[in-house]
Design a protein around this ligand. Structure first.
Ligand SMILES: NC(=O)C1=CN([C@@H]2O[C@H](COP(=O)(O)OP(=O)(O)OC[C@H]3O[C@@H](n4cnc5c(N)ncnc54)[C@H](OP(=O)(O)O)[C@@H]3O)[C@@H](O)[C@H]2O)C=CC1
Ligand SMILES: Nc1nc(O)c(N)c(N[C@@H]2O[C@H](COP(=O)(O)O)[C@@H](O)[C@H]2O)n1
Length: 298
């Protein structure tokens, strides 16, 4: 039996206002000649109901994809027990939700700090998922630290259980002669930001540069899953993020875990809240709580 089960109509209704509209290619039907099929939760045959919060679909600059930030957190805002330690926080019901969410996006993005320790699959095991509807896995790996060969992502792409991964590097990275394109993989070389906030030799990419490049390659929606560094940065960028879906597991990981927390903010020399969610909705999935919302600009 699959570890991932279908969500109820009520669960999908709950998520719908926070999701993009995804159009996926399907084989033409003999009787109607269609070439596309709208699998958005607004158009999948669900009956009405649901929340009246906001609306689905892109609401910002057309050169950017719809961005959903999503992660599973403990009650102490941690996403893993220690750096580099893959930690299961989601229960079976929220795991199913994650696979449903993956299927609603054109791409799933993580950082190299997650790819190396977790060796994730990043495909959707939701019932009915096909290669055409799978999201594109994307890894932000500016310095080419991660070896895709032998990874689970490569294996799934070769077996056609997932799309070939796109790896994002900086222009300074040495081009490699590789055969990733044989199984759908690709390397995207992007210009690094001029400003290096952490004063290291590391080259940073602007998130607007990354997202614009993805949109230019036909990615209309991206689900950003982690890890801590990436989620914490993007929590401070409401102009780029359309919605946030957080699984909250009823557990504390304890001191030394990997924490999600945005950069501190000040106004007029005073500390102010660093990030804030508005238009929130909560729902229980098994033992976990799921919080959806939108980042507010102020
Ligand atoms: N519970 C959950 O839902 C999830 C948990 N996790 C956990 O999170 C942990 C990993 O988090 P973390 O270590 O923070 O790693 P991340 O996955 O956030 O990757 C961070 C790295 O990505 C690169 N990067 C990020 N932003 C930029 C940018 N703007 N420009 C260029 N490069 C960038 C950098 O690579 P470089 O250093 O090479 O410059 C950086 O070190 C793991 O333990 C994993 O299990 C991960 C996902 C979800
Ligand atoms: N939603 C969620 N809940 C957890 O408890 C998690 N640990 C994660 N981690 C993310 O999922 C990736 C693993 O994906 P596969 O199951 O291998 O496809 C992992 O790399 C994190 O991005 N997520």
């Amino acid at each position: 039996m699959s570890e991932v089960s279908e969500l109820s109509n009520a669960e999908r209704d709950f998520l719908r206002p926070y999701l993009p509209t995804k159009t996926v290619p399907v084989a033409p039907q003999p009787d109607d000649g269609r070439t596309t099929n709208d699998h958005s939760p607004n158009n999948d045959g669900d009956t009405g109901g649901g929340s009246s919060v906001g609306k689905s679909g892109p609401t910002k600059a057309t050169n950017l994809p719809f961005v959903t930030l999503t992660y599973a957190s403990s009650l102490d805002s941690m996403i893993s027990l220690a750096p580099g330690l893959r930690t299961a926080l989601s229960g079976p019901e929220t795991k199913s939700m994650t696979h449903y969410l993956r299927l609603q996006h054109d791409a799933i993005l993580i950082g190299v700090g997650t790819a190396i320790p977790d060796n994730p699959g990043l495909n959707s095991r939701y019932p009915g998922a096909s290669l055409a509807t799978q999201p594109r896995p994307i890894i932000v790996d500016p310095q080419m630290r991660w070896n895709v060969y032998g990874s689970k992502l490569a294996q799934l792409a070769i077996e056609k259980q997932g799309k070939g991964p796109w790896l994002i590097h900086t222009l300074r990275s040495l081009p490699r002669s590789d055969n990733m394109n044989e199984w759908g993989g690709e390397r995207l070389l992007l210009p690094a930001d001029d400003v290096n906030d952490d004063h290291t030799e590391k080259e940073r990419l602007k998130w607007s540069t990354i997202l614009e490049a993805l949109k230019a390659k036909g990615i209309n929606s991206v689900m950003i899953e982690g890890g801590a560094n990436i989620i914490s940065s993007l929590l401070g960028m409401p102009e780029l993020v359309d919605s946030v879906v957080i699984t909250i597991a009823p557990t504390w990981l304890g001191v030394g875990g990997v924490t999600v927390s945005p950069e501190a903010k000040t106004s007029g020399g005073e500390r102010i809240n660093a990030a804030h969610l508005q238009e929130t909705s909560w729902r229980q999935f098994g033992q976990d709580a799921v919080l959806c919302g939108r980042l507010s600009a102020s």
